[in-house]
Design a protein around this ligand. Sequence first.
Ligand code: PGA
Length: 249
Amino acid sequence: MRKKIIAGNWKMNMTPTETKELIAKLKSGCDVKDADVVFVVPSIDVTTAKASLEGSNIKLGTQNFYFEDKGAFTGEISAKMILDAGAEYVIIGHSERRMIFKEDDKMINLKLKKAHEAGLKPILCCGESLELREAGTYKTFIEGQIKSAFDGISDSDAKKTVVAYEPIWAIGTGKTATSEEAEEVCKFIRECLSKIYSNDVSEEIRIQYGGSVNAGNAKELFGMPDIDGGLVGGASLKEDFIKIVNYKE
Ligand code: PGA
């Protein structure tokens, strides 16, 4: 039985001061036991968030790092730095990083390897554009993303990876995939993982859906057999996130 994982991707929002205020609003309502709840904050907010989350079960993550250990990489931060600062999870391969910052499959694979080596728990994102969805080739594309990201990742590290299926056309657009559309792809991703590893391994990997998840659609989406929670953007910055975390009620 996979434990649900519901993560809030704050993106480039919230100063350290605002982080403290937002966590004060969300902390008690999001502190649940039957799901892993993760606040994925900007790296600059990790220390503040860690202090603010003390005494709760809410976990902390951040949104990026560079795959080298240290050195002359001005402006970058390492996996070890974010781990030492208190982050447990990290998002890798978000479509915004792929598109705006030109991160390619090779870099995403290097980051996935480094995250595991450092002891961070990666949330690996994949998902197709509207063009690929309409062309009907989205599954082939997603299979390619999964194969390349997991290249050289061991069975035990694969099990610790969370995959987030985020169709680009549903991110920040208010246009959610229907629960059937989301389930179809999450199930397909599990089949791809089963081919790469085994059925036993793929059954342990948690697969989230992301893209305009809100308080009104979370219950139906998270109720699907292959959807093990969500990666939530916009709605994670509001008290709505409490409703999403408590979607069963
Ligand atoms: P959204 O973002 O919930 O605002 O669509 C999801 C994401 O980008 O992770």
